[in-house]
Design a protein around this ligand. Structure first.
Ligand SMILES: Cc1cc2nc3c(=O)[nH]c(=O)nc-3n(C[C@H](O)[C@H](O)[C@H](O)COP(=O)(O)OP(=O)(O)OC[C@H]3O[C@@H](n4cnc5c(N)ncnc54)[C@H](O)[C@@H]3O)c2cc1C
Length: 290
């Protein structure tokens, strides 16, 4: 099917992007087009104007600056997959990148586009919940920074204003004694998650200092397993503590039965993946991986 008619703009600066979004009602940003174009072609959505950001310079950068990892709005999944910065202490992010969709989609789709799309089955939001990421957003009222937790308010719904564009994701340095991973159950390679769990752990004197646990595909948005995190933080990462946290993460999940599995099945996947993910992350942190 062909998409409904739309105007197409490709501004060459961020200022022009924000102006176009502010002036044109029904305008939408396009980054990789891997979600926007399919929904237009399927006529699930329509837009009056596409504002293509691919000509805006400086948005394709992955770099460490002032103790933070910065991932620009034109960083593709494949760039994240291949970046040497997304290994070791940021290994959770490199692992996630490799599990998003298939190579064709990864070549064009972007990390920030995935966050803005707010699909509760999207992988990046859980990884960034676990990594305590934040988003830099530019709009008509200027620049603001929001935590990833504040972005999504429901399936495909965000707190972004119509004239706002995400320009980068920032991830704090988790420190040397840290580890993380992403475990995703998919029916076949390239599929969306039946359920998935992102885990990031930092140890402090043999105790859990910071911990983040994000859940994919088991709620109306990607979820933070807050009770599980609270149960671990400040305590020794014993087997019992890990098992208890995994059970709490499963309780926090709100899955729906569908063709990918029943509620009980998905909840159990969360428990098992959380336990496995925590053990992997804790072992990496104990080894003092950089
Ligand atoms: C076959 C297939 C399989 C897939 N499998 C998976 C999967 O397993 N896991 C997964 O996580 N994703 C999957 N996806 C989605 C894919 O990851 C998309 O690339 C991603 O969701 C959107 O990124 P994009 O850059 O292509 O965004 P676009 O398609 O360009 O835009 C998507 C939405 O985000 C908005 N947007 C984009 N960039 C910005 C920005 N910088 N600021 C504000 N708004 C913005 C657009 O206006 C639009 O509403 C799949 C997609 C396909 C087609």
């Amino acid at each position: 099917m062909y998409p409904p008619r739309f105007d197409y703009l490709a501004p060459a600066s961020l200022e022009e992007v924000v102006t176009a979004l502010g002036e044109r009602e029904g305008a939408k940003v396009m980054a990789g087009g891997q979600s926007l174009i399919p929904v237009l072609k399927l006529r699930i959505a329509s837009v009056d104007t596409i504002v293509d950001i691919n000509r805006v310079p400086g948005l394709d950068v992955i770099e460490e600056q002032d103790g933070e990892l910065r991932i620009g709005a034109l960083v593709r999944h494949v760039d994240a997959e291949r970046s040497p910065l997304l290994h070791g202490k940021h290994g959770l992010l490199g692992t996630t990148a490799r599990l998003v969709a298939d190579p064709l989609v990864r070549n064009r789709g972007t990390v920030c586009g995935s966050l803005a799309h707010a699909d509760p089955q999207g992988d990046w939001a859980s990884a960034l919940i676990a990594a305590r990421g934040s988003l830099v957003v530019h709009g008509g009222s200027g620049e603001r920074t929001i935590s990833v937790d504040e972005l999504s308010v429901g399936p495909f719904m965000t707190t972004l204003a119509a004239d706002e564009v995400i320009t980068e994701v920032r991830v704090p340095d988790p420190g040397p004694r840290s580890g993380g991973t992403y475990l995703k159950l998919e029916r076949k390679v390239g599929d969306y998650a039946t359920a998935a769990v992102a885990v990031q752990v930092t140890l402090d004197n043999g105790h859990v200092g910071q911990v983040g646990i994000g859940l994919t595909g088991v709620g109306a948005t990607n979820l933070r397993a807050t009770a599980a995190e609270d149960a671990l933080r400040g305590n020794e990462p014993t087997d019992d503590a890990v098992r208890e946290a995994a059970a709490l993460a499963a309780e926090a999940a709100e899955p729906q039965s569908d063709n990918r599995g029943t509620t009980e099945y998905k909840r159990n996947v969360v428990r098992v993946f959380c336990e496995r993910g925590l053990r992997t992350a804790i072992s990496a942190a104990q080894a003092g991986q950089e």
